[in-house]
Write a protein that binds this ligand. Structure first.
Ligand code: AMP
Ligand code: MG
Length: 482
């Protein structure tokens, strides 16, 4: 069987200093663990061919499919606030781009595919646990309706990878609208390579923000589009209780997709200060810090783009500053849209924002389950919502006020609310359990979890997927596994 990707590789046609050309490094014994059949079809691929030995060889990096132009992308980045001029794909290879059935151009990337010139001290590999974690969470995000990279397949390599312990190696095939990051701009900005910066910006406009091309200042318009997308994305993360965990500038995509799932997690009990990532000792990337961090990252993007924003330095600074300064307001507007929808408030009224904050404050005080509190409100189960509060008197007062406010809504607020408040999220304890079983060779729990996550706004057939962890099941830390 042939693996017929309809490749058209625009990134590989950019100048040499945008990447290092190299093929993935073959592995000992590729074996398919997961294949995303609907996604394969939407890419014009035959799932049976992908699952055949020839297909698995491609997914493992043992065979380069016809038409691919494999390369590792160059990028820099601010990691935990400090700048690293050289990061780049240290364990990923972009095979090429395909145009999906809806016309979207998509990157096909192997992650865990061996060392590259950007690997520094890393081995270029990924372990099965983190690969499946990215598979599960990215597909859950997609089903929740958030912009995200997708996961086409996970294969094991038959080779061990050495982390804190010896783990089975794996490769993820990741699909993205593009892997251009804030750090890609920083790579050229920090090198003061103005030609490349302009080429990258023109390319990004054409591929990801064609509406910016017609503006009086297309580069400023590109920056504005990217900032608006991030404001929207972060508001939506907050709406579902998602914590990215490593919001470094190299992990922020200009497409507005959530990218680079490492120690990310969904909150169970609501606490705005929640941090899961074991490497985030200062809580820089805590749940409620994410808007501020996005704002900071976007300032790094504006800084990298400065020479493009105006010929005059002061003018460029003013343009960059004005663009970045728009973020808080855009985020606030997006956040209000998200949370008004969660509470069924279609008409805007003066007291709405206060009503939202009041509920969140009470939830935080009593560590109510984030997902289940909102879901109970959406399904009209006031007593289940109340049950989330150990001391419910504050909730009772809020609930009465909210019910009065809902009376001024037209139509069916409850039906709308069900589409804004998921029943199922990838809860840490369930993800860990499924990954543990998969590592031991039992894929049934993983498949069941993926099944429940595929339709998150419906009640799952198995209600255990809506249950918060019992005290002994609580996951306190997540690991990036690099
Ligand atoms: P991350 O924090 O996973 O987004 O990765 C940050 C940087 O480290 C990127 O340049 C990655 O390519 C690189 N990196 C992460 N893990 C490895 C690895 N096992 N081998 C080589 N490079 C890696
Ligand atoms: Mg990364």
């Amino acid at each position: 069987m042939t693996i017929a990707f309809a490749f058209d590789n625009s990134y590989a046609r950019l100048p040499d200093r945008f990447y290092a050309r190299l093929a993935p490094t073959p592995v000992a014994a590729p074996a398919l663990v997961k294949l995303n059949v609907p996604l394969a079809r939407s890419l014009g691929l035959d799932p049976a061919a992908l699952a055949s030995p020839a297909g698995v060889a491609v997914l493992a990096g043992n065979a380069v499919p016809p038409g691919a132009d494999p390369l590792a992308m160059a990028y820099a980045g601010h990691q935990f606030g400090s700048f690293t001029p050289q990061l780049g794909d240290g364990r990923a290879i972009l095979l090429g781009e395909v145009v999906a059935s809806d016309g979207t151009r998509l990157d096909v990337q192997l992650k865990g595919s061996g060392p590259t010139p950007f690997s520094r001290r890393g081995d270029g590999r990924a372990a099965l646990g983190p690969v499946l974690r990215e598979y599960v969470i990215s597909e859950a995000m997609h089903a929740l309706g958030l912009p995200t990279t997708r996961s086409l397949a996970a294969v094991t390599t038959g080779e061990p990878v050495l982390r804190q312990q010896v783990l089975p190696g794996a490769v993820l095939t990741r699909i993205a609208q593009s892997h251009i990051r804030v750090g890609t701009f920083e790579w050229f900005g920090s090198r003061q390579d103005l030609d490349a910066l302009r080429t990258l910006a023109d390319y990004t406009i054409q591929r990801l923000a064609p509406e910016a091309a017609a503006a009086a200042n297309p580069y400023r318009a590109l920056l504005d589009v990217v900032i608006r997308r991030q404001a929207e994305l972060i508001a939506r993360w907050l709406g579902i209780g998602f914590i990215h965990g490593v919001m470094n500038t190299d992990n922020m995509a200009l497409s507005g997709e959530t990218i680079d799932y490492g120690p990310c997690a969904f909150m169970d009990a609501y606490d705005p200060a929640t941090v899961y990532s074991s490497i985030d000792e200062m809580g820089r990337y805590a749940f409620a810090n994410q808007p501020r961090i996005a704002n900071w990252n976007l300032a790094r993007l504006a800084q990298a783009m400065l020479p493009l924003l105006a010929g005059d330095e002061d003018q460029a600074l003013a343009e960059g500053q004005a663009a970045v300064d728009a973020f808080p307001e855009q985020f606030q507007a997006a956040w209000q849209r998200v949370f008004r929808a969660k509470l069924g408030l279609a008409r805007a009224e003066e007291g709405d924002v206060g009503l939202i904050h009041e509920l969140l404050t009470r939830m935080a005080e009593q560590r109510a389950d984030y997902t289940n509190t909102f879901r109970a409100l959406a399904t009209g189960d006031g007593s289940a919502a109340r049950g989330e509060f150990e001391e419910p008197s504050g909730f009772d007062a809020w609930y009465a006020e909210w019910r009065r406010r809902l009376e001024r809504e037209d139509g069916e607020p409850a039906a709308r609310m069900r589409t804004a408040n998921p029943a199922v999220i990838p809860r840490n304890h369930q993800v860990e359990r499924a990954l543990g079983a998969a590592e031991a060779g039992d894929l049934a729990p993983l498949d069941a979890l993926l099944g429940a996550l595929a339709d998150p706004y419906a009640e799952p057939a198995d209600p255990s997927y809506t249950r918060p962890p019992a005290p002994h099941e609580v996951v306190r830390a997540t690991f990036c596994g690099t």
